[in-house]
Design a protein around this ligand. Sequence first.
Ligand SMILES: Nc1nc2c(c(=O)[nH]1)N[C@H]1C(S)=C(S)[C@@H](COP(=O)(O)OP(=O)(O)OC[C@H]3O[C@@H](n4cnc5c(=O)[nH]c(N)nc54)[C@H](O)[C@@H]3O)O[C@H]1N2
Ligand SMILES: Nc1nc2c(c(=O)[nH]1)N[C@H]1C(S)=C(S)[C@@H](COP(=O)(O)OP(=O)(O)OC[C@H]3O[C@@H](n4cnc5c(=O)[nH]c(N)nc54)[C@H](O)[C@@H]3O)O[C@H]1N2
Ligand code: SF4
Ligand SMILES: [Mo]
Length: 743
Amino acid sequence: MPASDLPAATHLRTCPLCEATCGLELHVTGAAVASIRGDADDPFSRGHLCPKGVALADLHDDPDRLRKPLRRTPSGWEEVGWDVALDEAARGLDGVRRAHGRDAVATYVGNPAVHDHGALLFLPLLLRSLGTRSRFSATSVDQLPHMVAAAAMFGHGLLLPVPDVDRTQVLLVLGANPVVSNGSLMTAPGAGERLAAIRRRGGKVVVIDPRRTETARGADEHHFIRPGTDALLLLALLHEVLARGERLGRLAPFSDGVEALRRAAAEVPPERAAGHTGIDAPTIRRLAGELLDAASAVVYGRVGTSTQPFGGLCQWLITALNAVTGNLDRPGGAMFTRPAFDLVGGPRPLAPRLSGFARRRSRVRGLPSFAGELPVAALSEEILAPGDGRIRALLTYAGNPVLSTPNGRQVDRALASLDFMVSIDPYLNETTRHARLILPPTTPLERSHYDLAFHALAVRNTARWSPPLFAPPPGTRADWEILLELKRRLDALAGGGLRSSATAWLLRRLGPDGLLDLGLRLGPYGAGLRPFRPGLSRKELGKHPHGVDLGPLEPCLPGRLATRGKRIDLAPEPFVRDLARLHAAFPDVTGAEARGAATGADPAERAEAHDAPLLLVGRRTVRDNNSWMHNLPRLMRGATRCTLLVHPEDARSRGLADGDVAEVSSRVGTVRVPVAVTDEVMRGVVSLPHGYGHGREGVRLGVAARHAGESLNDLTDDQAVDALTGNAAFSGVPVRVARAADG
Ligand SMILES: Nc1nc2c(c(=O)[nH]1)N[C@H]1C(S)=C(S)[C@@H](COP(=O)(O)OP(=O)(O)OC[C@H]3O[C@@H](n4cnc5c(=O)[nH]c(N)nc54)[C@H](O)[C@@H]3O)O[C@H]1N2
Ligand SMILES: Nc1nc2c(c(=O)[nH]1)N[C@H]1C(S)=C(S)[C@@H](COP(=O)(O)OP(=O)(O)OC[C@H]3O[C@@H](n4cnc5c(=O)[nH]c(N)nc54)[C@H](O)[C@@H]3O)O[C@H]1N2
Ligand code: SF4
Ligand SMILES: [Mo]
């Protein structure tokens, strides 16, 4: 009987594609996914779904998705067996390690790793076997400032306060677009609906963003802000809040640093912030008053306040503001989760401590480490700059640094110059084309799923485990198996004997679900390791395919703090010191002069000049997911989304009309992209989505190549970082925009 004639079956699982963790209902005919809907009975996502969830079927069926390991030879790519591929990968990495030392082998871990509990649990084992300190990840092009601030204030990089959007009365959003992104460091499936509910219950949503985003359009108020100036706005809000002082009585008695915070805020009255941010002083005063007067209120900042030159300051000040308005660890404010598998309070090694800031510095530029990783903005120079300690080999895991990290053309050159490179990845793409070996894992539908990370960042305590939908085809490997196999071989090459093979054997027996079970049983809802006592275990979760609701977030401080003495530091010293950099960048003068000095451009008044720099920011759209889902036909229908948004005045002064091709140049590169003229961007600001640029030679992405677009990160500058944390500063890159000669 052909597969298509087999009866249809229904399967429930969590979507692994973004942080929203929606429940999916898949209808399967034989070996094919016939349709995908939202799971209406998931107590958390309640049927929410976006186009990417539906496209999971395309991912599974994608003919370009690699099914067998690939080896690059002088005459092109050839398929090889797993043993050959794994042996060669281990030998290549080990060879560089022996010749040049452990740190000559670097690792880069990308975003999809966080959506796979197998990867999260097994990656640390491989990293330990490699023993390298040259570790990089997508963290430093994303949420590193949040983590450094959380570690400094609460003692653990994952003690990230989550906005309690389901109960708050006032939500102030800076640099996030949850209606499109579906929430980040705020797992909130159907985020748009949750924001709409705030307004329905008489509350208020305010958005601060250089673009009038989809989230801004559905809010009560939107204010444009000049890219990179949020720290000044936050200080001015703190200035007002602390001057009024009425909520300080609600501040937890175990908080330190209010006086230092007061001194910092005293220097920035609203008038001082207004000139630089573009938001007037009365508005800032009113917003501060609204935060104070509301029954509950929460400030939430995301990518726009993180991947910018003052990302660290922003994350510190946002949390400090939530604390001094009396909204930290309170319903409707910024709260902490109590996840079933607790990455913060659980036992090591299941829950490694994420902290340790600036224990080391990168070789070339001296960027600080955090939790054992270095900022990825330094990766290409660490490969290219000669001298002792140069990186000569690279393992990439679920990452595409060529498109997702700054100065992509330089990353391309750096990867091409390596002695050896291995990629664990399902695609031959912009990054993996530089590898000697590509090791492709099975798909998300062929593995079980549990959100170790996102249950810990959710607006409600929930837990959901999904079994694999399809059995992995014979001869394929799951991500965790590839990691474990590589580890075993590396240990053997390093002379690791019986102990290492015994550990590998045990870990293989346990697998991700065995380790998950251990963590669940030892977690706050578990029942220890005694098998017959009820409590949350993998088996128990298996009985609840729609997921388990564990209730709203609850106050949990000081118990959950990981600081010495269980105190909160509201003014951590490295952050306070970084204020000097902010003040130097935005001197205390008013008018056009100040704005010019601050940004290298004076958007409002110098934009008239046709060659004045504009400030570039990024954007996300519902059908994109970073760089890697453009090969899925369902997501690529319709007009190109890789357009440069230009304000009508800026377009006029440059002779640009809607649909023209513009040449956009920064310090590091030039791209040509179609223009969309719109007043949804602030004057002086242009916006381009990231994740495009599939036209590079040698990629095997048939659909994506037809929608290649240009890479935003061929314009962003590897030298532009948040000097405090080392995070990439993508926002506010000065670019020149002109009509392309033949455009
Ligand atoms: N300018 C600019 N740059 C940005 C951003 C921005 O806003 N502006 N955003 C940043 C952010 S927030 C992030 S998170 C990063 C993302 O940065 P990355 O994680 O480096 O990039 P992704 O595009 O997510 O690429 C994921 C890679 O994993 C592979 N992959 C997919 N599924 C699996 C799997 O199951 N297993 C394995 N082994 N591999 C898999 C894909 O083929 C792809 O190669 O980009 C950052 N870059
Ligand atoms: N559809 C879709 N969903 C996604 C992703 C995706 O690629 N596509 N990626 C996922 C990932 S990895 C992440 S990390 C999240 C990100 O989730 P979000 O942070 O919610 O998403 P962004 O669209 O990057 O929002 C950043 C906003 O900051 C604004 N901005 C830029 N510079 C500044 C500034 O200096 N100040 C202020 N105040 N605003 C500024 C931008 O205009 C933009 O609207 O989304 C996740 N969800
Ligand atoms: S919002 Fe995110 S989790 Fe939900 S269906 Fe879309 S991609 Fe999947
Ligand atoms: Mo991200």
